[in-house]
Design a protein around this ligand. Structure first.
Ligand SMILES: [Zn+2]
Length: 225
């Protein structure tokens, strides 16, 4: 899954208005950030295998630390605790946790049975990627629902908050279709470097426009010490 993860990040803003959208999206794509990093380090492996599923030309056969459910729960807990240590915002910490773990659930829907429960453990996947219409029917509404929630729970303070937000949504959609209907990557290394750089850009951007938007509902006072 690709933009579905971004949809979850957008939607989480409604339960965690104090957290930057960039951090919420970083949580939902945390598994893929680690994965591209681990590919470059040689700790995890994937190969190009055109036709394996109808949607993606990649074969994910070895990603125990970035994509197993056990590790994602551990990463989620660690990141939520770090967030909670810096900010007295329990809702925000919960949203970070949910975001990281949601990655496994969403990937489980689209991947072949290659999503491990724990390193070298049983693998699961509903193989939605075998159907292009099926993938679009699930992933597009998920993304759009998240965007809709974000647009309802926040409002633009200025033009950047409005235009940069919608431009971001439009570019994600363009990339989504470009990614699917473009050719396979040159090599896994090129793919990982490009993926990592793109992710950084796609986190800096919402960090920027989210600061030009504000929650529609007044923030609850923080009741914790
Ligand atoms: Zn993933």
């Amino acid at each position: 899954m690709f933009i579905g993860h971004f949809g979850v990040g957008f939607g989480l803003k409604c339960i965690a208005p104090r957290v930057s959208l960039a951090l919420l999206i970083a949580a939902t794509v945390w598994a893929d950030i680690l994965w591209t990093l681990f590919l470059l380090l040689g700790w995890e492996n994937a190969r190009i295998s055109v036709g394996d599923t109808r949607w993606t030309p990649l074969d994910f056969y070895d990603y125990p630390c970035s994509h197993s459910l056990l590790f994602l729960v551990l990463w989620a807990t660690a990141l939520a605790l770090v967030y909670r240590a810096y900010r007295a915002d329990l809702a925000g910490a919960n949203a970070v946790w949910i975001g990281v773990v949601s990655h496994w659930v969403l990937d489980w829907i689209t991947h072949r049975p290659d999503m491990p429960l724990y390193p070298n453990g049983r693998r699961f996947g509903l193989s939605l990627w075998n159907s292009i219409p099926g993938t679009l029917i699930v992933e597009l509404p998920l993304f759009l629902a998240g965007v809709w929630l974000y647009a309802r729970c926040t409002r633009a303070r200025d033009r950047i908050g409005r235009i940069a937000f919608w431009a971001y949504v439009a570019l994600l959609l363009l990339l989504y279709f470009g990614d699917r209907f473009g050719g396979p990557p040159e090599s896994m290394r090129v793919f990982a470097v490009a993926g990592l750089l793109a992710t950084l850009a796609f986190l800096a951007w919402p960090w920027w426009f989210d600061r030009h938007r504000e929650p529609v509902a007044p923030l609850d006072p923080i009741s914790e010490p």
